[in-house]
Design a protein around this ligand. Sequence first.
Ligand code: FAD
Length: 364
Amino acid sequence: MALPARAPALIVGGGPAGAAAAIALARAGRPPRLLERTSGAHDTVCGAFVGWDAIAALRRLGIDPFALGAHPIHRLRLFGSGREVETRLPRTAAGLSRRCLDETLLAAARQAGAFVDRGRSVRAADVGARTIRTDDGEEIGADALLLATGKHELRGAVRPRDTSRDPIGLRTALSPSKQLDAVLDGVIELHLFDGGYAGLLLQEDGCANLCLSVQRWRLKGAGGIPNLVRALADALPAFRARLAHGDPVGWSAVSGVPYGWYARETAPGLYRLGDQGAVIASLAGDGIAIALESAAEAAAAILAGDGAEAYQGRLGRRTALPLTVAEGLRWAAERPVPRDLLMGLVAAVPALPRFAARLTRVGT
Ligand SMILES: Cc1cc2nc3c(=O)[nH]c(=O)nc-3n(C[C@H](O)[C@H](O)[C@H](O)COP(=O)(O)OP(=O)(O)OC[C@H]3O[C@@H](n4cnc5c(N)ncnc54)[C@H](O)[C@@H]3O)c2cc1C
């Protein structure tokens, strides 16, 4: 099918937000054009925790994470201030690699009729004119421009926040082992430390996804990723035990993650989705759900002829409480005294994390 000269809907970025919006628009008979800079399957900096609200949103798109082999997760195990506390999650979650999730969503978008362009990087946007320019010089206009570049800024549409002091996200995978299988069966672990946390879970390929969110001062003070990981292993016995098969390698990083930020306004025709619309602290494990929910809302708004401003306002109101609660938890988890209190509270009232998990959900 020939591409239209001016796309009715143009999506920049093919992560969960961009791909889910493409599926919804294409299935409603309005196939969008989607530009994704990676040309094939890839992992992204993420904890690979797919919460129950994200699972529900995926099922609404006809995708069942467990049919893809996702590892079921029923419990949360928290380490911090020398304590270990384990508690049941409100509902079953899933450990699924982003490589698998993102590729599945993009395949579904293509199958639904969306024009998915892989290996196409967008260099800049002119928000007023609703046009973008690709790395190879193509200029494309659109009636609706859906910005879904996630953790990455796009020149001309940068999120208005100084991210120079925001935390850094790190991710790698630990090779399958019987020891990790046994200890991580059905569990997500969060190891809390000064300036951040490490998250571990099993995913569909048998590897354990290891992600860290860490303040810059902590990473700089340690002198780089390998030194930080060694220092954490020295200080945190349970974390050290998870790394028994050797120092993790092959880290990916993303810097300046603007936790707590959400778009308070937008330009006509510019729909900000996923992390470009609202960024929840990653320890809440709800970023993928926000990506999917915002995609569904943006697609519905476009189909209904609703303005981008109305959509963005609704998303902001919907995410404000979860983002605030998640920021409070992150603040407490990263500091010694509040962390002591938090761990003490959780040990005394194991239902507390379930309550917090409910408050940090955007979806149902
Ligand atoms: C350390 C860490 C751990 C996390 N753990 C979890 C977790 O366990 N569970 C959870 O739910 N959330 C987690 N999150 C949050 C989650 O990763 C994000 O909220 C989610 O990925 C947002 O989806 P998105 O589609 O908006 O963006 P992304 O997933 O970042 O996707 C953006 C896409 O846009 C493409 N792109 C970027 N720039 C361009 C360009 N110029 N041109 C074309 N394409 C472009 C990228 O290649 C990418 O495919 C975590 C975040 C961090 C930092």
